[in-house]
Design a protein around this ligand. Structure first.
Ligand SMILES: [Zn+2]
Length: 305
């Protein structure tokens, strides 16, 4: 069951060849989505060998250019290549009008429909629910309305020991209860699922903070997450700057990761001013044990923590 995040752009605001503006390609259970669409996203997708024609949806965290300017170009190319399937686009309230105006101004020929849905900047909102996973927008604290995203796998069923269940002649409804991890009565005895099934691997989750100060709603959403990608635009020393621009420092990101008990913290949205990434990582390691600095082109396989 795939659950990979490909980091297409991990820099802040100004793109350079080594660090593009924000965009991530998500592959979950072989369904693909784009998380933000900074300028250059199309080429980054191609460089990383990721197909965009099959994208099911695009999530936009906020209207700042380094998160959204790649979207018109990407959608325009999808049309040029003859996409037919409707595309879900989740984002801020201004997004639909901006996209429509852009389509009109560039006289683009559109070969597919876009289903816009606005997230809420006051409470978490389920954007998409499938049998295997859900996507939830998380309000965060930036200079303009902004949401992060939680990608959450549903718990998998317990694996019943078929031979043992067959020998005991367990009926269908009893087997189903055990597979859901529930104790169930059978012929006067209470059966414990742990004795009849192998427990499933823990459900995995990925949280993308978008651009933000550390905040309560992100802390809540990140509780127990397998992986958290957090805004770490600035180093610890530049904390005043982080505060005034509504971003976070390495240490603030790591503190929130520790408080939320996340598995791995990935530092992202890194400002160009920092050359030595190991210094940034070491700052964060003072607060949280598992930390990496995200790089363009990095593929992160989300594992249960
Ligand atoms: Zn921003």
């Amino acid at each position: 069951m795939t659950f990979d995040v490909v980091f297409l752009g991990t820099g802040a605001a100004v793109p350079v060849p080594s660090r593009g503006t924000t965009s991530q390609f998500l592959d979950i259970h072989s369904h693909t989505y784009l998380i933000d669409a900074g300028e250059g996203v199309q080429l980054a997708l191609r460089k990383n060998d990721r197909r965009f024609q099959k994208l099911r949806g695009v999530f936009i965290s906020h209207m700042h250019g380094d998160h959204v300017l790649g979207l018109p170009g990407l959608l325009s190319t999808m049309s040029l290549l003859g996409r037919k399937e409707t595309l879900d686009v989740w984002g801020p309230p201004e997004l639909e009008a901006w996209m429509s105006a852009t389509w009109k101004a560039i006289e683009a020929h559109k070969t597919f429909d876009i289903r816009f849905k606005t997230w809420s900047d006051s409470e978490p909102l389920i954007l998409l629910e499938t049998e295997k996973y859900r996507l939830v927008s998380i309000p965060v604290k930036h200079r303009i309305p902004c949401c992060g995203l939680k990608v959450e796998e549903h718990s998998l069923p317990w694996k019943l020991e078929g031979k043992k269940a067959g020998e005991a002649r367990l009926p269908y409804h009893v087997r189903q209860s055990l597979k859901r991890g529930e104790s169930v009565e059978f012929e006067g005895q209470i059966l414990d699922p742990a004795k009849w099934c192998a427990p499933p691997p823990a459900a995995r989750s990925y949280v993308y903070s978008a651009d933000t100060r550390p905040c309560a709603s992100l802390l809540k959403a990140a509780q127990g997450a397998s992986v958290l990608y957090h805004d770490a635009t600035f180093n610890a020393e530049d904390h005043q700057r982080a505060k005034s621009t509504f971003h976070s420092t390495t240490v603030e990101a790591a503190r929130l990761a520790r408080q939320a008990g996340v598995g791995t913290l990935l530092l992202g949205h890194i400002s160009l001013r920092y050359r030595d990434l190991e210094v940034l990582r070491n700052e964060a390691l003072q607060e949280h044990t598992r930390v990496e600095v995200a790089r363009d082109g990095m593929v992160w396989r989300v594992m249960s923590s």
